[in-house]
Write a protein that binds this ligand. Structure first.
Ligand code: F6P
Length: 367
């Protein structure tokens, strides 16, 4: 490109999420349209360390808007400040690769880096800006919707739509077989996906990490329904839900990941316990990665486009070290340091929690 106004770079980090490609589509088209050139970095911070990047063109993003995944690739393992090397004997050593990153950015004349990621990637972005002087713009991604400083992360709406569809399907089979049907959804330490899909799907019980449940209260709700002639029940449980005085259920530990704990398994535990207490057959479906795959909803596509364009606007204005964010349906920017710090949980007096209680949905703390 002749007379470029500047050079930018973009990466997608953390777990994949519907809408990543829609953001890339907007970022690249807005950057090129404003006369900038932009590098796409492969596999998140890994590609930045390994110098794997290429200049993106209109062709690279043509047709990707509705596609799930990310054409750049991603990883939720690599932290450049604590880059893990797994040795043959399974032991792990760590190195600080922030200097390598700086070198790779400088070599190509990259003035600003757009990080599309969740709290882990945004915290790394904030550290890069604070400690190494890299100019970073964050875009809030995660199906979990658990980022502070924004009302909505992209990907959440699509995950909720997928989970709601699953609840609808479980309803008909639960009704036919007079069973308890449990749907375990993702969300890490926050119950946003369970809350929204549970309400949208008309669940009888919603269990979220923010409200510890009592198994006798959950069973009581199911037995009460049975007495009222409702021979089936639907439970949506967040992977991070836990009983009063108990712990979250851990599925695995990913040793070399910067967030090693992976939750999962609570749904099957619940099915067994509820079957024993109520005598009603119970089955569990773990929705898993279906929530992260597939085409983004129209809402997410629009949000991604707005976020992507706003990220480029921030670069043009020299408004660095910020994250683009949704506030009262407007796109604003917030300090990156605040955005990457601390998760946004469902508050117990959340308006949707109250509404759900008002229509008889139990959160397992009362029948
Ligand atoms: O943060 C997104 C998310 O899908 C969480 O809901 C889930 O707990 C986690 O990622 C799973 O991570 P992994 O892809 O490493 O199994």
């Amino acid at each position: 490109m002749i007379n470029v106004k500047g050079t930018l770079a973009v990466l997608t980090g953390g777990g994949d999420c519907p809408g990543l490609n829609a953001v890339l589509n907007a970022v690249v088209k807005a950057a090129l349209g404003h006369g900038y050139q932009i590098y796409g970095i492969e596999n998140g911070f890994n590609g930045l360390i390994r110098n794997r990047m290429k200049l993106l063109t209109y062709d690279d993003v043509s047709g990707i808007l509705p596609r799930g995944g990310t054409v750049l690739g991603t990883t939720n393992r690599d932290n450049p400040f604590k880059f893990a090397h797994v040795e043959k004997d399974g032991s792990i050593t760590y190195t600080d690769e922030s200097e390598t990153i700086l070198k790779n950015l400088t070599k190509r004349g990259i003035e600003a880096l757009i990080v599309i990621g969740g709290d882990g990637s945004l915290a790394i972005g904030a550290q890069l800006s604070r400690e190494c002087g890299v100019k970073v713009i964050g875009v809030p991604k995660t199906i979990d919707n658990d980022l502070s400083c924004t009302e909505r992360t992209f990907g959440f709406d699509t995950a909720v739509a997928t989970a709601t569809d699953a609840v609808d399907r479980l309803h008909t089979t639960a009704e036919s077989h007079h069973r308890i049907m449990i749907l375990e959804v993702m969300g890490r330490y926050a119950g946003w996906i369970a809350l929204h899909s549970g309400v949208a799907g008309g669940a009888d019980v919603i269990l979220i990490p923010e409200i510890s449940y009592r198994i006798d209260a959950v069973a009581g709700k199911i037995l009460k329904r049975q007495q009222e002639g409702k021979m089936f029940s639907i439970i949506v449980v967040a992977e991070g839900a836990k009983p009063e005085g108990g712990q979250m259920t851990v599925a695995r530990i990913v040793k070399d990941s910067f967030e090693p704990v992976r939750l999962g398994g609570i749904g099957n535990k619940l099915a067994q316990e509820l079957e024993e207490i109520t005598g009603i057959e119970a089955r569990c479906t773990i929705l898993g990665y279906l929530q992260r795959g597939g085409s983004p909803t129209a809402f997410d596509r629009v949000l991604c486009t707005r976020y992507g364009v706003a990220a480029i606007e921030a670069c043009i204005e020299g408004n660095y070290n910020v994250m683009v964010s949704l506030r009262n349906d407007s796109i604003v920017t917030v300090p990156l340091a605040e955005a990457g710090a601390g998760a946004r949980a469902v508050s117990v007096d959340n308006e949707l929690v109250k509404a759900a209680r008002d229509i008889g949905i139990s959160f397992g703390d009362e029948v």
